[in-house]
Design a protein around this ligand. Structure first.
Ligand code: PMP
Length: 421
């Protein structure tokens, strides 16, 4: 076979220039042409980050309150994560869980030490959805039951099991039929939980602050009631900390605000300093899993484990949970001083903040971006802030001032019915 010919045919198309010299139109043009289409993107190309700041391909600087959708708690280009990745990638890039590994062993030890009480085992994977999948499978295996009860407005990811637990019909309907025996109850309504949790229920799965569903903290009575019902009726409690974990809400895990002891906890996002890693934290109440029953090639990858160790050390040494609590209180107070008829409610925990508007959030996000602030939606009318936890107070002050500035200019209040309500 003529190899040179084969190669030249593979490479015959003109290749894109390296990222450092690509123009904005080229970047946007190529992605628009070749990407699957599942993301609606904003028309800027992010090419650099540091701490809580991002830069686009035109050199414009932004204060980042998207924070990689919650995966950038330790800040962009964190020097300690960079060093750990560099060192480990040069030493050993791949070692699957067919073998033991020093970085993985040390990470598991670290994770169990910081995890909620009773957690004593870890399953490592690659994303939030996969952590939720793992937790669902473990719950079904452990209880020999099938039903999973999740919450209205809950979000748990896009793979078929995690999607079956996710509530919003717009994510679910195109892919039905989903996994059987998933049911949804109203968040914070204990009467419905009391009626539904029964002898078929393998687990109740919930966030303690709903993220995508609008930044809604759980009520203390509700989560304690759920925990009690689970114990009484032989169901497990799974807490999804994918978005709330690793300091985001002012504690290492949001469930610490509520003093509960779940059987399984799903984590991901900020676990490995922004690199893709998830984990199921498994309590000592769960019977041991059997060899081969679950797994994933990249789970426990040594480079990712090294990154996670560096990220966790950074979070602990810099006391980021406490910092998030202090900055979150400051920001909630500051936002409360904004006098605008467009604001319906401001809520949050730590640096997970939702500003519910009486209008659609999209024009506000656009106006903020034009003013150098990147923020997220959480449903049609909630503006969500998830900045890196290393953000400085003066940057939060600027974010609040910009919001104050753009709110009145974006139109009169239109009372949008939130279709989740
Ligand atoms: N659970 C929660 C609570 C989430 O917020 C998310 C992502 N937004 C997921 C699960 C899914 O995580 P991933 O996108 O990493 O699959």
């Amino acid at each position: 076979m003529d190899v040179s010919n084969t190669q030249s045919s593979v490479h015959s198309k003109a290749e894109a220039p390296s990222s450092s010299n690509m123009k904005t139109e080229e970047i946007i043009g190529l992605e628009s042409k070749f990407a699957s289409g599942v993301y609606s993107k904003r028309p800027i190309a992010i090419v650099r980050g540091e701490g809580a700041r991002l830069w686009d391909s035109e050199g414009r600087e932004y204060i980042d309150c998207v924070g990689g959708q919650g995966s950038a708690n330790v800040g962009h280009a964190n020097p300690e994560v960079i060093q750990a990745v560099k060192d480990q990638i040069a030493r050993l890039t791949v070692a699957t869980e067919l073998f033991f590994n020093d970085q993985r062993a040390a990470l598991m030890d670290r994770l169990v030490r910081i995890a909620p009480l009773g957690i004593n085992r870890i399953f490592l994977c690659n994303s939030g959805a996969e952590a939720v999948e793992g937790a669902i499978k473990i719950a079904r295996y452990h209880t020999k039951r099938t039903e999973i009860i999740a919450m209205m407005r809950g979000f748990h990811g896009r793979t078929m099991g995690a999607l079956s637990a996710t509530w919003d019909p717009k994510y679910r309907e195109p892919f039905e039929p989903l996994v059987p025996d998933f049911r949804h109850i109203p968040f914070n309504n204990l009467d419905r939980a009391e009626k539904l949790i029964g002898e078929k229920t393998a687990a109740v799965l919930t966030e303690v602050v709903q993220g995508e569903g609008g930044v809604r903290p759980v009520y203390m009575d509700f989560i304690h009631g759920i925990e009690k019902l689970c114990r009484e009726r032989g169901a497990l409690l799974i807490i999804d900390e994918v978005q709330t974990g690793f300091g985001r809400t002012g504690k290492m895990f949001a469930l610490e605000h509520f003093n509960i002891s779940p059987d399984l906890v799903s984590v991901a996002k900020s676990l490995a300093g922004g690199l893709p890693m998830g984990a199921v934290l498994i309590s000592d109440q769960i019977r041991p899993l059997e060899p081969q029953m679950h797994g994933t090639t990249f789970g426990g990858n040594p480079v990712l484990c090294a990154a996670a160790r560096a990220a966790l050390n950074f979070i602990i040494r810099r006391n980021l949970p406490e910092q998030a609590a202090v900055l979150g209180r400051f920001m909630l107070d500051r936002l409360a001083r904004i006098r605008s008829p467009l604001i319906r409610e401001i809520r949050g925990m730590g640096l997970m903040i939702g500003i519910e508007l009486k209008m659609k959030v999209t024009p506000i996000l656009q106006a903020l971006m034009d003013n150098g602030v990147l923020a997220l939606p959480a449903g049609p009318n909630v503006l969500r802030l998830l900045p890196p936890l290393v953000i400085e107070r003066r940057d939060l002050e600027i974010v609040a001032a910009k919001l104050e500035e753009v709110l009145p200019k974006t139109g009169s209040p239109v009372v949008e019915e939130n279709r989740h309500e």
